[in-house]
Design a protein around this ligand. Structure first.
Ligand code: FES
Length: 242
């Protein structure tokens, strides 16, 4: 039996009001748009995380994301080699090669020529006999020529080789002690050149000494005289001025 008063039976669903009907309440479309917006946002989020490996629950956030790129993204691509850069590198390489070749050529040429040994002349003039004091050992030519020039009271002048006969050190004339002393191992020599102390096995040698044409003393180091060989009796082993 129908209710003519327009009442609604209990449990019946109320019919939706007709929006076109006059006096009907206005219907809003906002709930519908909101649902569509959520759906589109979920789709976008799914697309954004596509290809990113899932992280373990509770794991810290990936640092790659913090640096602005994901771990799957490759690093910056190497810069391409330009023509200018290639030519510059080639130029440096050729310059280095040419420098090495030049250095080798210089070394080879240097090897072709012997070393020049600058030695004092083997023959020199020491001055006039009157310039040498009697009973004195003259050391003026020791550094430059390696020679002691001795003038005895008898007037004889001889040139001692300033090389120790032990191991070849240069001895010194000690005026106060009136002897020639080697600083290396202590050998001592009289001013005649005769050894008398230390390890020196034999006397100092004497150089050839003569008078030059101009009257000066000429010392010739190309020839020496050894006492132990009896060569001090050779006329040119000493110069007689008296
Ligand atoms: S070198 Fe002169 S004493 Fe040894």
């Amino acid at each position: 039996m129908s209710d003519e008063s327009g009442g609604q039976a209990p449990g019946a669903t109320a019919p939706a009001p007709d929006p076109a009907a006059p006096g009907a309440p206005r219907a809003f479309a906002t709930p519908v748009r909101s649902e569509a917006y959520k759906a589109s946002g979920a789709a976008a989020s799914a697309k954004q995380t596509e290809g990113v490996p899932p992280t373990a629950p509770g794991a810290p956030a990936a640092t790659a994301q913090a640096s602005g790129r994901t771990a799957a993204q490759p690093g910056p691509a190497p810069a391409p080699v330009t023509r200018r850069g290639f030519l510059s590198t080639l130029g440096v390489a050729w310059t280095s090669f040419a420098a090495a070749c030049a250095a080798g050529a210089v070394a080879t040429n240097r090897f072709m020529f012997p070393n020049v040994l600058f030695e004092p002349p083997q023959t020199f003039k020491a001055g006039f006999p009157s310039e040498f004091l009697t009973g004195m050992v003259d050391t003026r030519f020791k550094e430059s020529y390696g020679v002691f020039i001795v003038r005895e009271e008898t007037g004889e002048i001889y040139a001692l080789k300033a090389v120790c006969t032990h191991l070849g050190c240069t001895p010194n004339w000690l005026e106060a002690e009136n002897k020639i002393k080697c600083p290396c191992h202590g050998s001592g020599f009289y001013r005649t050149g005769i050894n008398y102390e230390g390890p020196a096995p034999r006397p100092l040698e004497r150089y050839r000494i003569v008078l030059a044409d101009d009257g000066q003393i000429l010392i010739d180091k190309t020839r020496s005289f050894a006492y132990e060989k009896g060569e001090w009796s050779t006329p040119e082993s000493l110069l007689r001025t008296a």
